[in-house]
Design a protein around this ligand. Structure first.
Ligand code: ADP
Ligand code: MG
Length: 449
């Protein structure tokens, strides 16, 4: 049952948060409605209680039942001590109307599926998110009544799209507790729809989604190539838009670059505002670090702050991961956060996502591993092996360099639409084809040397 809880926690947290705080927790026993979790230190207990108690209690109550209580067993120098958790809180219940039941429903109230931790207050302002943030604030004050409908937020991974979308939803709820806000990941929407089809419940599904005041669909690129899902979403979109309800969509690329999405949907995505969040620049990275440090009461020297802000440049999620690791290491080893530790932690991350390879090196590694000549990468040939090598080249250039789609196109002599299409194809393939993943991993190791 704890494994089930961990699965839900994993779905609701960033990977680094999950890995740092919940992955290592072991369930020891559950007797008389008291669950005992083994945790490595008092610090981790405090961190979990301060930051995740709401989420944890919702999850535990869902899986173990509403009367479950929690204790932590902590390893200390001389042995173990048991500490009771804060009482697990009852979520605020609101009246339930004709609600379509999502899979992860936790209690009987209208559940917006919003994560309450992500708000405007803790979203740090900066040049890369200026427009998106300003539009989001306007929308939250007047959902459905601004020109920004839909709001289409796009940008790379970990730049704050989901955070901003949640912030809008949370603010709308704060201003109007009766508003029906709903957050749904595009993948979840797809699964719910497929489920509704197989149970002959499509009308209920439509009715449920059409009853929402603010609909947030996260990572809409996952609707790619799903005709039934897109048709249904099109109906919902039109209905909500005509009733002046607010739509908020996020995507990892602009509407222009989305592949496999029907034109009628794409053109609607452009009706409102498409706002890009770009990668955090140095001032924003620094401001985010300073904000976190202040909030968590961590002591870090200026030198360390500058080192992290300079070296962890890709996205905000990585920045947070580094901070969490620094904290965890320093508590577990009972040593201060110094430069040596920082370099190790940052170095590990940079090794995980090296962004420094040259496209030429990538092409060489792919051709070497796949035993094809370098010419096939730019050639017109559509032979299977050539197409595959070319797709992997594009995939790795995107992963390991800052190249735009058009720049990638130059290396393979293709236009940016073709690159976008190929990337879609290979990314989808990577998600189910273990052999391909192996091959790509081999090439990445080759690159590393
Ligand atoms: P995306 O959806 O774009 O992949 P997220 O919204 O999940 O990214 O953001 C990744 C992490 O970075 C989250 O924990 C989020 O709170 C944090 N984050 C991103 N941008 C900011 C910001 N401007 N201020 C504070 N935290 C941020
Ligand atoms: Mg996201």
């Amino acid at each position: 049952m704890w494994a089930q809880c961990q699965q839900i926690l994993r779905d609701n947290l960033s990977q680094s948060a999950y890995q740092t705080w919940f992955a290592p927790v072991v369930a020891l026993q559950c007797e008389n409605d008291v669950l005992v979790l083994q945790v490595k230190s008092q610090f981790i207990v405090e961190y979990i209680e301060d930051n995740y108690l709401d989420l944890l209690s919702r999850v535990l109550r869902k899986v173990f039942g509403p009367t479950i209580q929690l204790e932590y067993r902590i390893m200390v120098a001389g042995g173990m001590i048991d500490v009771p958790s804060e009482p697990l809180r009852e979520p605020v219940a609101r009246p339930r109307s004709e609600v379509y039941t999502p899979h992860q429903e936790i209690d009987n109230a209208w559940d917006s599926q919003l994560n309450p931790q992500y708000t405007f207050d803790n979203f740090v302002k900066g040049e890369p998110n200026k427009l998106a943030r300003a539009a989001a604030i306007e929308i939250a004050k007047n959902p459905g009544k601004t020109l920004f409908n839909p709001l289409f937020l796009f940008g790379g991974s970990g730049v704050g799209k989901t955070h901003l979308a949640y912030a809008i939803g949370n603010e709308v709820e704060r201003l109007d507790p009766n508003a029906r806000v709903l957050y749904v990941a595009a993948n979840t929407f797809k699964l719910q729809f497929q489920d509704a089809v197989s149970h002959n419940q499509v009308p209920d599904f439509l009715m449920f989604y059409q009853s929402v005041d603010v609909l947030i669909v996260d990572d809409i690129q996952y609707f790619s190539d799903l005709k039934g899902t897109q048709d249904t979403f099109f109906q919902i979109f039109n209905y909500l838009q005509q009733s002046h309800k607010q739509l908020i969509l996020t995507s990892d690329r602009s509407p222009m670059e989305l592949q496999g999405i029907q034109d009628r949907l794409l053109s609607r995505f452009k009706w409102g505002l498409a706002a890009e969040i770009t990668r955090p620049d140095y001032p924003l990275r620094r401001d985010i670090l300073l904000y976190r440090i202040k909030k968590d009461g961590i002591k870090l020297s200026d030198e360390i702050i500058d080192y992290v802000a300079s070296n962890v440049s890709d996205n905000v999620r990585d920045l947070e991961g580094v901070l969490a690791s620094l904290l965890a290491y320093s508590t577990l080893t009972d040593s201060p956060i110094n430069m040596a530790l920082t370099e190790t932690v940052v170095g590990r991350l940079v090794q995980l996502h090296p962004k420094t390879y040259l496209p030429a090196d990538i092409i060489a590694a792919v051709c070497h591993c796949m035993k094809v000549s370098n010419q096939v990468i730019t050639a017109k040939t559509r032979l299977k092996e050539a197409v595959k090598a070319r797709n992997i080249v594009m995939y790795l250039i995107k992963k390991f360099t800052d190249s735009s789609l058009s720049e990638i196109g130059k290396y393979v002599h293709r236009d940016h639409a073709t690159v976008a299409h190929s990337l879609n194809t290979i990314e989808a393939q990577m998600s189910y084809d273990a052999v391909l993943r192996q091959e790509v991993a081999t090439i990445e190791r080759q690159l590393g040397r």
